[in-house]
Write a protein that binds this ligand. Sequence first.
Ligand SMILES: C[S@@+](CC[C@H](N)C(=O)[O-])C[C@H]1O[C@@H](n2cnc3c(N)ncnc32)[C@H](O)[C@@H]1O
Length: 251
Amino acid sequence: MITISVSDKNLSVQAKEIAQQWGFIFSPFTQDQFFLQLTPQHLQLVQSDKQSPGPIYIDFSSGQITHRRLFGGGRGQTIAKAAGLNKTPPPVILDATAGMGKDAFVFASLGAKVILMERSPISAALLSDALQRAILDEDISDIIKRMSLIYGDARLLGSDKGVELNENPDVIYLDPMFPHRKKSALVKKEMLAFQSLIGDDIDSDELLDVCRKLAKKRVVVKRPIKAPYLDNQKPSLSMNMKKHRFDIYLI
Ligand SMILES: C[S@@+](CC[C@H](N)C(=O)[O-])C[C@H]1O[C@@H](n2cnc3c(N)ncnc32)[C@H](O)[C@@H]1O
């Protein structure tokens, strides 16, 4: 089980609450290889080895995410077309493998209402922290208001063991980890560490049938360009990028 520490002891009460919410162990002096740390700026995942890459956290208000929001090509981006965002009204999208929330943020910034689903408590806690902070940023608060987080396993959607959705989404978007990504230049160093902690999504084939039953209009699967189809199911069409493709299953 992962521990959570603080960069400043004044944050201990808040860190204990996070520990309780997500099932982490509060340990202010942890020496674990990986641990979460609450700082005044954000919740972050830290790797304690000397050569380890920097901490991992989600920030919807700056860096590449902001650059893409402002200059990324809007609804002309391939991901937007794949998700049907060039149509009106904007769809309700379930991002059933939310991860760091980057793709979900693109959908929401283009007008979609996005439900983010994540089964890793570490990713879900980082996402929850990022959303709570981002809503205070008036430049993006309208976008963040369109995003909501569900903690759970998307393979169980529609079953009596799974989370119940208030409405069936128009689009379900899937971007499970692909094992080969580990060796590829597509993955940054810090993300490799993250993947080693969260693990490969070896059960991702199970997602497709569940999602095809639930989506009203389409299921979109992001894959590395040379990867086989998810669950070996041929899509209705694919849209290729340089390193990735989007396989689209029309309902
Ligand atoms: C490659 S990451 C997704 C990255 C994301 N598209 C982004 O833009 O940041 C895959 C994520 O899907 C999550 N995941 C995989 N299978 C899942 C499932 N059945 N239910 C919910 N989350 C799942 C993993 O825990 C991991 O965080």
